[in-house]
Design a binder for this molecule. Structure first.
Ligand SMILES: [Fe+2]
Length: 356
Protein backbone atom coordinates (compact mmCIF):
# COMPACT_ATOMS: atom_id res chain seq x y z
CA UNK A 1 0.00 0.00 0.00
CA UNK A 2 1.29 3.46 -0.81
CA UNK A 3 1.24 6.17 1.80
CA UNK A 4 -2.01 7.88 2.61
CA UNK A 5 -1.40 11.53 1.76
CA UNK A 6 -4.82 12.95 2.46
CA UNK A 7 -4.78 16.66 1.62
CA UNK A 8 -7.36 19.36 1.85
CA UNK A 9 -9.17 18.29 -1.32
CA UNK A 10 -11.25 15.28 -2.18
CA UNK A 11 -9.84 11.88 -1.34
CA UNK A 12 -9.06 9.69 -4.38
CA UNK A 13 -8.38 5.96 -4.07
CA UNK A 14 -6.22 4.71 -6.96
CA UNK A 15 -6.25 0.92 -7.33
CA UNK A 16 -3.76 -0.49 -9.84
CA UNK A 17 -1.21 -3.31 -9.76
CA UNK A 18 1.27 -1.12 -11.68
CA UNK A 19 3.37 0.58 -8.98
CA UNK A 20 4.92 3.10 -11.39
CA UNK A 21 1.45 4.22 -12.52
CA UNK A 22 0.41 4.68 -8.89
CA UNK A 23 3.48 6.85 -8.24
CA UNK A 24 2.69 9.04 -11.23
CA UNK A 25 -0.95 9.16 -10.22
CA UNK A 26 -0.08 10.25 -6.73
CA UNK A 27 2.15 13.05 -8.05
CA UNK A 28 -0.50 14.32 -10.43
CA UNK A 29 -3.40 14.12 -8.01
CA UNK A 30 -1.57 15.72 -5.10
CA UNK A 31 -0.38 18.56 -7.32
CA UNK A 32 -3.98 19.14 -8.29
CA UNK A 33 -4.96 19.36 -4.60
CA UNK A 34 -6.49 15.91 -4.15
CA UNK A 35 -5.82 13.57 -1.28
CA UNK A 36 -4.31 10.27 -2.46
CA UNK A 37 -4.77 6.68 -1.37
CA UNK A 38 -3.08 3.91 -3.33
CA UNK A 39 -3.68 0.17 -3.47
CA UNK A 40 -1.63 -2.32 -5.51
CA UNK A 41 -4.42 -4.88 -5.88
CA UNK A 42 -8.16 -5.42 -5.89
CA UNK A 43 -8.49 -6.90 -2.42
CA UNK A 44 -6.44 -4.15 -0.84
CA UNK A 45 -8.43 -1.58 -2.80
CA UNK A 46 -11.73 -3.01 -1.56
CA UNK A 47 -10.48 -3.03 2.02
CA UNK A 48 -9.25 0.57 1.78
CA UNK A 49 -12.53 1.69 0.22
CA UNK A 50 -14.40 0.16 3.18
CA UNK A 51 -12.21 1.75 5.83
CA UNK A 52 -11.22 5.13 4.33
CA UNK A 53 -14.43 6.07 2.45
CA UNK A 54 -12.75 7.86 -0.47
CA UNK A 55 -14.69 10.42 -2.52
CA UNK A 56 -13.78 8.71 -5.79
CA UNK A 57 -12.13 5.46 -6.88
CA UNK A 58 -9.88 4.93 -9.89
CA UNK A 59 -9.98 1.21 -10.57
CA UNK A 60 -7.75 -0.78 -12.90
CA UNK A 61 -9.72 -3.35 -14.85
CA UNK A 62 -7.00 -6.01 -15.18
CA UNK A 63 -5.48 -7.02 -11.84
CA UNK A 64 -4.07 -10.41 -10.79
CA UNK A 65 -6.10 -10.95 -7.60
CA UNK A 66 -9.52 -9.33 -7.86
CA UNK A 67 -10.39 -7.75 -11.20
CA UNK A 68 -11.69 -4.18 -11.37
CA UNK A 69 -15.11 -5.61 -12.27
CA UNK A 70 -15.14 -7.79 -9.13
CA UNK A 71 -14.07 -4.89 -6.93
CA UNK A 72 -16.76 -2.69 -8.46
CA UNK A 73 -19.43 -5.35 -7.92
CA UNK A 74 -18.21 -5.78 -4.33
CA UNK A 75 -18.71 -2.06 -3.77
CA UNK A 76 -22.19 -2.14 -5.28
CA UNK A 77 -23.22 -5.05 -3.04
CA UNK A 78 -22.05 -3.25 0.09
CA UNK A 79 -24.56 -2.64 2.87
CA UNK A 80 -22.94 0.75 3.38
CA UNK A 81 -24.96 3.17 1.20
CA UNK A 82 -22.08 5.63 1.07
CA UNK A 83 -19.80 2.95 -0.39
CA UNK A 84 -22.45 1.85 -2.89
CA UNK A 85 -22.67 5.39 -4.22
CA UNK A 86 -18.93 6.19 -4.30
CA UNK A 87 -18.17 7.18 -7.91
CA UNK A 88 -15.86 4.77 -9.73
CA UNK A 89 -13.83 5.36 -12.89
CA UNK A 90 -12.60 2.16 -14.55
CA UNK A 91 -9.14 2.25 -16.11
CA UNK A 92 -8.88 -0.21 -18.94
CA UNK A 93 -6.92 -1.03 -22.02
CA UNK A 94 -9.76 -3.21 -23.23
CA UNK A 95 -12.05 -1.56 -25.69
CA UNK A 96 -13.51 -4.63 -27.43
CA UNK A 97 -16.07 -5.84 -24.87
CA UNK A 98 -18.70 -3.15 -25.36
CA UNK A 99 -21.48 -5.27 -23.87
CA UNK A 100 -19.66 -5.75 -20.56
CA UNK A 101 -18.70 -2.08 -20.45
CA UNK A 102 -22.32 -1.08 -20.97
CA UNK A 103 -23.46 -3.48 -18.24
CA UNK A 104 -21.14 -1.89 -15.70
CA UNK A 105 -22.34 1.60 -16.69
CA UNK A 106 -25.90 0.38 -16.15
CA UNK A 107 -24.88 -0.87 -12.71
CA UNK A 108 -23.68 2.61 -11.77
CA UNK A 109 -20.08 2.85 -13.03
CA UNK A 110 -19.48 6.55 -13.73
CA UNK A 111 -16.90 6.43 -16.53
CA UNK A 112 -14.19 4.52 -18.38
CA UNK A 113 -10.73 5.88 -19.01
CA UNK A 114 -8.70 3.98 -21.54
CA UNK A 115 -4.99 3.42 -21.03
CA UNK A 116 -2.71 5.02 -21.95
CA UNK A 117 -4.18 8.37 -20.85
CA UNK A 118 -2.66 11.79 -20.34
CA UNK A 119 -2.83 13.27 -16.88
CA UNK A 120 -4.72 16.33 -18.07
CA UNK A 121 -7.32 13.88 -19.37
CA UNK A 122 -7.31 12.07 -16.02
CA UNK A 123 -7.90 15.30 -14.09
CA UNK A 124 -10.69 16.34 -16.48
CA UNK A 125 -12.51 13.04 -16.07
CA UNK A 126 -12.11 13.13 -12.26
CA UNK A 127 -13.45 16.71 -12.13
CA UNK A 128 -16.46 15.84 -14.29
CA UNK A 129 -17.25 12.66 -12.36
CA UNK A 130 -17.05 14.43 -8.99
CA UNK A 131 -19.45 17.09 -10.26
CA UNK A 132 -21.85 14.45 -11.61
CA UNK A 133 -21.59 12.58 -8.33
CA UNK A 134 -22.58 15.71 -6.39
CA UNK A 135 -25.62 16.16 -8.62
CA UNK A 136 -26.64 12.52 -8.10
CA UNK A 137 -26.17 12.88 -4.34
CA UNK A 138 -28.41 15.96 -4.32
CA UNK A 139 -31.03 14.04 -6.29
CA UNK A 140 -30.87 11.15 -3.81
CA UNK A 141 -31.42 13.59 -0.95
CA UNK A 142 -34.43 15.10 -2.74
CA UNK A 143 -35.85 11.63 -3.44
CA UNK A 144 -35.46 10.72 0.23
CA UNK A 145 -37.27 13.89 1.29
CA UNK A 146 -40.02 13.20 -1.26
CA UNK A 147 -40.38 9.66 0.09
CA UNK A 148 -40.66 10.88 3.67
CA UNK A 149 -43.18 13.55 2.68
CA UNK A 150 -45.25 10.97 0.78
CA UNK A 151 -45.32 8.48 3.65
CA UNK A 152 -46.13 11.26 6.13
CA UNK A 153 -48.97 12.55 3.93
CA UNK A 154 -50.63 9.14 3.64
CA UNK A 155 -50.20 8.39 7.35
CA UNK A 156 -51.64 11.78 8.24
CA UNK A 157 -54.69 11.18 6.08
CA UNK A 158 -55.28 7.77 7.68
CA UNK A 159 -54.76 9.24 11.17
CA UNK A 160 -57.38 11.87 10.41
CA UNK A 161 -59.75 9.17 9.23
CA UNK A 162 -59.17 7.22 12.45
CA UNK A 163 -59.77 10.37 14.50
CA UNK A 164 -62.99 11.01 12.63
CA UNK A 165 -64.27 7.45 12.71
CA UNK A 166 -62.27 4.56 14.20
CA UNK A 167 -64.51 2.02 12.55
CA UNK A 168 -63.77 3.34 9.04
CA UNK A 169 -60.06 3.61 9.87
CA UNK A 170 -59.84 -0.04 10.91
CA UNK A 171 -61.99 -1.10 7.97
CA UNK A 172 -59.61 0.68 5.56
CA UNK A 173 -56.61 -1.20 6.92
CA UNK A 174 -58.35 -4.55 6.66
CA UNK A 175 -59.53 -3.78 3.12
CA UNK A 176 -55.96 -2.85 2.19
CA UNK A 177 -54.65 -6.24 3.36
CA UNK A 178 -57.43 -8.13 1.60
CA UNK A 179 -57.02 -6.10 -1.59
CA UNK A 180 -53.31 -6.83 -1.72
CA UNK A 181 -53.95 -10.55 -1.27
CA UNK A 182 -56.62 -10.58 -3.97
CA UNK A 183 -54.40 -8.58 -6.35
CA UNK A 184 -51.63 -11.16 -5.94
CA UNK A 185 -54.21 -13.96 -6.38
CA UNK A 186 -55.14 -12.31 -9.70
CA UNK A 187 -51.51 -12.58 -10.81
CA UNK A 188 -50.73 -8.87 -10.71
CA UNK A 189 -47.14 -7.70 -10.54
CA UNK A 190 -45.92 -6.61 -7.11
CA UNK A 191 -45.90 -2.92 -8.05
CA UNK A 192 -49.51 -3.04 -9.28
CA UNK A 193 -50.59 -4.93 -6.14
CA UNK A 194 -49.00 -2.24 -3.98
CA UNK A 195 -50.89 0.49 -5.84
CA UNK A 196 -54.14 -1.35 -5.25
CA UNK A 197 -53.23 -1.82 -1.59
CA UNK A 198 -52.72 1.94 -1.30
CA UNK A 199 -55.98 2.64 -3.16
CA UNK A 200 -57.76 0.29 -0.75
CA UNK A 201 -56.17 1.93 2.28
CA UNK A 202 -57.37 5.32 1.08
CA UNK A 203 -60.65 4.30 -0.54
CA UNK A 204 -62.83 5.88 2.15
CA UNK A 205 -60.50 8.71 3.17
CA UNK A 206 -63.10 11.17 1.85
CA UNK A 207 -65.33 10.25 4.80
CA UNK A 208 -63.26 12.80 6.70
CA UNK A 209 -65.46 15.31 4.86
CA UNK A 210 -68.80 13.64 5.74
CA UNK A 211 -70.66 15.06 8.78
CA UNK A 212 -70.41 12.79 11.82
CA UNK A 213 -74.17 12.66 12.34
CA UNK A 214 -74.37 11.02 8.90
CA UNK A 215 -71.24 8.89 9.18
CA UNK A 216 -72.17 7.39 12.55
CA UNK A 217 -75.94 7.27 12.16
CA UNK A 218 -77.18 3.83 13.26
CA UNK A 219 -80.46 4.08 11.28
CA UNK A 220 -81.18 4.27 7.57
CA UNK A 221 -80.02 7.47 5.91
CA UNK A 222 -82.49 9.93 4.44
CA UNK A 223 -82.19 10.87 0.77
CA UNK A 224 -80.32 14.02 1.69
CA UNK A 225 -77.97 12.16 4.05
CA UNK A 226 -77.31 9.53 1.39
CA UNK A 227 -76.28 12.29 -1.00
CA UNK A 228 -73.89 13.66 1.64
CA UNK A 229 -72.43 10.21 2.25
CA UNK A 230 -71.93 9.61 -1.46
CA UNK A 231 -69.85 12.77 -1.67
CA UNK A 232 -67.05 10.89 0.12
CA UNK A 233 -65.70 9.52 -3.15
CA UNK A 234 -65.22 13.09 -4.43
CA UNK A 235 -63.76 14.33 -1.13
CA UNK A 236 -61.25 11.47 -1.19
CA UNK A 237 -60.28 11.95 -4.82
CA UNK A 238 -59.80 15.69 -4.24
CA UNK A 239 -57.80 15.16 -1.04
CA UNK A 240 -55.22 13.25 -3.08
CA UNK A 241 -55.08 15.75 -5.95
CA UNK A 242 -51.85 17.36 -4.75
CA UNK A 243 -50.04 14.14 -3.88
CA UNK A 244 -47.62 12.97 -6.60
CA UNK A 245 -47.96 9.58 -8.37
CA UNK A 246 -51.58 9.23 -7.29
CA UNK A 247 -53.40 9.22 -10.64
CA UNK A 248 -54.37 5.53 -10.49
CA UNK A 249 -55.09 5.65 -6.76
CA UNK A 250 -57.39 8.66 -7.21
CA UNK A 251 -59.33 6.74 -9.87
CA UNK A 252 -59.75 3.80 -7.44
CA UNK A 253 -60.96 6.15 -4.69
CA UNK A 254 -63.40 7.94 -7.00
CA UNK A 255 -64.91 4.80 -8.55
CA UNK A 256 -65.00 2.19 -5.77
CA UNK A 257 -68.80 2.44 -5.54
CA UNK A 258 -69.46 1.87 -9.23
CA UNK A 259 -71.47 -1.25 -10.05
CA UNK A 260 -70.57 -3.80 -12.73
CA UNK A 261 -74.03 -3.24 -14.33
CA UNK A 262 -73.70 0.56 -14.31
CA UNK A 263 -75.98 1.07 -11.32
CA UNK A 264 -73.38 2.56 -8.99
CA UNK A 265 -71.98 6.02 -8.42
CA UNK A 266 -70.58 8.59 -9.03
CA UNK A 267 -70.27 8.14 -12.82
CA UNK A 268 -72.48 5.11 -13.52
CA UNK A 269 -69.58 3.35 -15.25
CA UNK A 270 -70.13 -0.29 -16.10
CA UNK A 271 -68.05 -3.41 -16.71
CA UNK A 272 -64.46 -2.81 -17.64
CA UNK A 273 -65.04 0.94 -17.88
CA UNK A 274 -64.56 0.84 -14.12
CA UNK A 275 -60.85 0.91 -13.26
CA UNK A 276 -59.64 -2.58 -12.31
CA UNK A 277 -58.42 -1.47 -8.89
CA UNK A 278 -61.78 0.12 -8.10
CA UNK A 279 -63.61 -3.09 -9.08
CA UNK A 280 -61.29 -5.12 -6.88
CA UNK A 281 -61.70 -2.77 -3.92
CA UNK A 282 -65.49 -2.88 -4.32
CA UNK A 283 -65.47 -6.66 -3.81
CA UNK A 284 -63.18 -6.75 -0.77
CA UNK A 285 -64.84 -3.62 0.68
CA UNK A 286 -68.21 -5.39 0.63
CA UNK A 287 -66.79 -8.63 2.04
CA UNK A 288 -65.06 -6.88 4.93
CA UNK A 289 -68.07 -4.65 5.65
CA UNK A 290 -70.32 -7.72 5.90
CA UNK A 291 -67.95 -9.77 8.04
CA UNK A 292 -67.11 -6.97 10.50
CA UNK A 293 -69.12 -5.69 13.45
CA UNK A 294 -70.82 -2.34 13.01
CA UNK A 295 -72.36 -0.07 15.72
CA UNK A 296 -75.82 -1.03 14.45
CA UNK A 297 -75.28 -4.80 13.87
CA UNK A 298 -72.90 -7.66 14.52
CA UNK A 299 -70.96 -9.24 11.68
CA UNK A 300 -72.51 -11.67 9.26
CA UNK A 301 -71.15 -15.23 9.06
CA UNK A 302 -68.56 -15.86 6.34
CA UNK A 303 -70.98 -18.19 4.51
CA UNK A 304 -73.68 -15.49 4.33
CA UNK A 305 -71.22 -12.89 3.07
CA UNK A 306 -70.00 -15.33 0.41
CA UNK A 307 -73.58 -16.03 -0.69
CA UNK A 308 -74.36 -12.30 -0.96
CA UNK A 309 -71.25 -11.71 -3.01
CA UNK A 310 -72.24 -14.61 -5.26
CA UNK A 311 -75.68 -13.05 -5.74
CA UNK A 312 -74.11 -9.69 -6.55
CA UNK A 313 -71.60 -11.11 -9.05
CA UNK A 314 -72.45 -9.75 -12.50
CA UNK A 315 -74.74 -7.02 -11.16
CA UNK A 316 -72.90 -5.14 -8.42
CA UNK A 317 -69.53 -6.87 -8.68
CA UNK A 318 -67.11 -8.01 -11.35
CA UNK A 319 -67.94 -11.76 -11.46
CA UNK A 320 -64.36 -12.81 -12.17
CA UNK A 321 -63.07 -10.89 -9.16
CA UNK A 322 -65.74 -12.43 -6.92
CA UNK A 323 -64.53 -15.87 -8.02
CA UNK A 324 -60.92 -14.86 -7.39
CA UNK A 325 -61.81 -13.63 -3.90
CA UNK A 326 -63.39 -16.99 -3.09
CA UNK A 327 -60.23 -18.74 -4.36
CA UNK A 328 -58.11 -16.44 -2.23
CA UNK A 329 -60.20 -16.91 0.92
CA UNK A 330 -60.09 -20.69 0.43
CA UNK A 331 -56.33 -20.56 -0.07
CA UNK A 332 -55.59 -18.60 3.10
CA UNK A 333 -58.00 -20.64 5.23
CA UNK A 334 -57.55 -19.76 8.90
CA UNK A 335 -54.86 -17.22 8.20
CA UNK A 336 -57.41 -14.63 7.16
CA UNK A 337 -55.78 -11.21 6.87
CA UNK A 338 -58.95 -9.39 7.93
CA UNK A 339 -59.03 -10.55 11.53
CA UNK A 340 -58.30 -8.07 14.27
CA UNK A 341 -54.80 -9.46 14.85
CA UNK A 342 -53.70 -8.40 11.38
CA UNK A 343 -51.44 -5.41 11.37
CA UNK A 344 -50.83 -3.30 8.34
CA UNK A 345 -47.14 -2.79 7.62
CA UNK A 346 -46.66 0.85 6.77
CA UNK A 347 -43.28 0.18 5.22
CA UNK A 348 -44.97 -0.75 1.95
CA UNK A 349 -45.60 2.96 1.40
CA UNK A 350 -41.87 3.51 0.95
CA UNK A 351 -41.91 1.28 -2.10
CA UNK A 352 -43.67 4.03 -4.00
CA UNK A 353 -40.46 5.98 -4.24
CA UNK A 354 -37.38 4.77 -6.11
CA UNK A 355 -34.66 3.14 -4.02
CA UNK A 356 -32.02 5.53 -2.77
FE1 LIG B 1 -66.71 3.99 0.29
Amino acid sequence: MLENTAGKGKQILFVDDDASLLRLGRLTLERAGYGFLGALGGEEGLRLARTAHPDLILLDYMMPDLSGKEVFEGLRRSEDARLRHTPVIMLTARTSNDVEQRELLEQGLFAYLHKPFGYRELLNVIGNVLMLSQIKERNRTLELEARRAFVATVRTLISLLFAKDTCTGEHSQKVALLAEGLAVQCGLAEEEAIYIKLGALLHDVGKIGVPEYVLCKPDCLTEEETALMRRHVHHGEQALAGVPRMKDVRAMVLHHHEWWNGGGYPAGLCGEEIPFGARLIAVVDAYDAMTSDRPYRTHLPHSVAVERLRQGAGTQFDPILVGKLFEYLDAIGDAEPHDTASILDWEFLEEFCPAV
